[in-house]
Write a new protein. Sequence first.
Length: 88
Amino acid sequence: MKGFYFGFIDNFIVAISAIAGIHIDNLFEGIGVNGALYGALLGHTISDLVAGYLDFGLEIALNMALGCLTVFLLVFIYFNVYDNITKK
């Protein structure tokens, strides 16, 4: 069942990270939305790295994680630009 472990590990880590992000965001008096988003993005990066390593090897896993981090950075930039535009 090639790919099963990847799918399970991938979604399990994302789910745990999103839940943790919600709780962390709530501690800082947020409503959990940003925490869930950033938790899921970080969790997905970690899960792709771990699951990708187990299924495809280190080189592909690192490439997958770099791709995830790029999206993480783009979302961060988007929200900073959006916040600056809407606060004017």
